[in-house]
Write a protein of this length. Sequence first.
Length: 271
Amino acid sequence: MSPVDTVPPAAQLTPPTRSMAQRAPDALVWGAVIVLLILAFGPVEMRNFGRLFTNAENMRIYGRQLLDPEWGNLGIYVRQMWLTIQIAIWGTFLAIIVAVPFGLACSRNIAPAWLQQPMRLLMNLLRSIPDLVIGTIFLVAVGLGPFAGVMALAISTAGVLAKLFSEAVESIDKGPVEGVRATGASRLQEIVWGVIPQVAPLWTSYALYRFESNSRSATVLGLIGAGGIGQVLFESLNAFNYGELSAIVIVIVVAVSLIDLLSQAMRSRLL
């Protein structure tokens, strides 16, 4: 008779249990979340939720206007959307160049504490400043146009990617790094041959995701005159030209969907 057969059926079916001390941290976290939701109920005016139904007629009227797109300027919309994508491409590319060394410098298992802590604070600062604020700063420096949008995306995305890149580095397997070190390799060679091959797939996925996000963020930057289809969109919105607005939104949706399909294909080939 095998050892498993000797165990009583009731003992085999008994679910694992956790002590009160083990459950306490989870209870505190979820309790804090519930308290925060209750405290935020008034400030965010959740009581207005009912207006979604009482004012439904206004929403239907606005929706009917959006369902009648005007395609007279389709060529302009496509060209501006392509400009928006180019802004996102360059913003993401510059961000990756910055994020690779900064991400390594933010990693606890790679960089010394005297370097890692200040770099993390710097990346937190870059992530905290909204794209529109960064874009406005560059507009003052270089004037209206897409270059300000490129730099705004590059700065904010660099902070996000550096954090994601550093977290990927901190979760690597130490074995390959120690193997490279055993050959007498330098610190830089350890990173190139022991670290980069492990994190390259994740880094690629993060970069592609941020490119998708930047394609949408570049649209919003048109609000401050950073070029692209966002500028045309807000001009139509301010003029209450809902037919043009609907056509622009459709162009944006189609472009973002195509970018998503392209990113999925690239991930399947690279990862």
